[in-house]
Design a protein around this ligand. Structure first.
Ligand SMILES: *Cc1c(COP(=O)(O)O)cnc(C)c1O
Length: 436
């Protein structure tokens, strides 16, 4: 399988090169040249397969022979070490709980897969690889934990100062070893811009072996298709399945579209956002206007210019009507989010985190017009990751899972930085030299 750039170019690369580069040289995002399609009868037995077996089949379809079978099996077994339960919280409303990994968010799937794939591909390189990750919260913790201790790799996490939760911050600032945290005086978009500038700087790339671990890396995206298949395997295929995806950079939704193209019967997608509503607005007006991000309670989705939007446009070959026939988009305020968290808790005792609540709201809105559907919303983070908000909204105490307690005991270590490229470059060069 070859991968092409979403920006026009005839150059195609291998999976290995797409993973190592992260972003294409012309600044586009890598896309598989075709989406592999499973035979129809593959789905007849899907319910008999384990999560790991399904994940292997999906990964194999993209990776082809670039990773030997035993290595890919081991990578999958090290990635999918936890379940993704489907919990029916109301009739025909399922929460797909993607938060049972080590950092309690769905990004564990992508980060754990990518770190091992990259580790495999660079094992024989002369220079160590430096992984740059801009984060609005959850990417940083998942990537840092995925790469912690992986040989030949160093991770630099950039995050907006004061704009991530305490627990999130602790998960990437307390690790040490091959993980460095840069606290940027700015927004998530500033962090993402610094990373993009670094990749576009030829001189820096001669000195340092840089790659990215944001959802732009194709090895982050592919494993996110695993759980759509797994969820699909456990819902009767006689029903129309719709997925509501609480979205920020739109990697999760893009992976769902991949799953559908691969043959998984999904009748519709709902792009659910907070006040950062460029995609729902696009679906309404046909005009895509990136905006500066605004801070909300569902802060991991505070993205004004979602990078994976380019991939979605490519999947639909820029045909608006086709795209709009498969995806609906709705945006919700913080007040609506909190009110949904309260009403669900009151009705069923189920605790939503603010991101899952946005997904739930999108699903309810869609189902109010399309009642004959089995609705799944992605519950992307454990409520404990947003403990303060959840507890004050629900007026109840939530129990912090044990795996998080250890992070909370650690001491934060970060380097403060203005949102300025020259300053970032200096720190990057000096500090990565000093790391173990
Ligand atoms: C990253 C994140 C999202 C948004 O996912 P995208 O793939 O960027 O759209 C949603 N919820 C949580 C908890 C996240 O960490």
């Amino acid at each position: 399988m070859k991968f092409y750039s979403t920006h026009p170019s005839h150059h195609k690369v291998s999976f290995r090169e797409a993973v190592i580069k992260g972003l294409a040289p012309n600044q586009g995002l890598y896309m598989p040249e075709r989406i592999p399609v499973f035979a129809k009868n593959y789905f007849d037995n899907l319910h008999k397969k384990t999560f790991q077996e399904i994940a292997f089949d999906v990964a194999r379809a993209f990776v082809e022979d670039e990773i030997p079978t035993d290595v890919l099996k081991a990578i999958i077994d090290q990635t999918v070490t936890f379940d993704a339960p489907l919990v029916e919280i109301e009739k025909n409303i399922f929460s797909l709980e993607l938060f049972h990994g080590p950092t309690l968010a769905f990004k564990d799937f992508g980060a754990r897969f990518m770190s091992q794939v990259l580790g495999y591909f660079v094992a024989n390189e002369k220079k160590e690889v430096i992984v740059l990750a801009a984060t609005s919260g959850d990417t940083g913790s998942a990537v840092a934990n995925g790469f912690l201790g992986v040989p030949h790799t160093k991770v630099v996490v950039l995050y907006p100062s004061g704009k991530v939760s305490d627990i999130q911050e602790k998960q990437f600032t307390t690790l040490g070893k091959n993980i460095l945290a840069l606290e940027v005086n700015g927004t998530f978009d500033d962090c993402q811009h610094l990373v993009k500038q670094a990749f576009a700087d030829p001189k820096l790339n001669e000195e340092l072996f840089l790659t990215s671990a944001n959802s732009i890396n194709i090895a982050r995206l592919i494993p996110q298709a695993f759980y759509y298949f797994y969820a699909g395997s456990r819902i009767s295929q006689k029903q129309n399945i719709v997925f509501s995806v609480p979205s920020g950079n739109f990697g999760n939704l893009t992976a769902g579209l991949f799953a559908k193209r691969m043959g998984l019967p999904i009748s519709h997608f709902i792009a659910s956002t907070n006040a950062n509503d460029s995609v729902p607005l696009f679906l309404k007006t046909k005009y895509f206007e990136p905006k500066p991000s605004v801070a909300t309670l569902s802060n991991a989705m505070d993205v004004g210019n979602p990078s994976n939007f380019a991939r979605i446009l490519n999947l639909f070959e820029h045909h608006f009507n086709l795209l709009a026939s498969e995806i609906s988009g709705y945006a919700f305020s913080d007040e609506q989010t909190q009110s949904a968290m309260r009403s669900v808790f009151k009705q069923s005792g189920y605790v939503l985190d603010p991101h899952g609540a946005v997904g739930y709201l999108g699903l309810k809105k869609y189902q109010s017009k399309n009642p004959q559907t089995a609705g799944v919303f992605l519950e992307t983070a454990h409520p404990t990751k947003f403990k303060e908000v959840v507890e004050s909204t629900l007026q109840t105490q939530i129990v912090v899972p044990e795996k998080i307690q250890t992070f909370l005991l650690g001491t934060k270590k970060s380097i403060l930085l203005p949102a300025n490229y020259e300053a970032f470059k200096e720190v990057l060069k000096n500090e990565t030299l000093m790391m173990q």
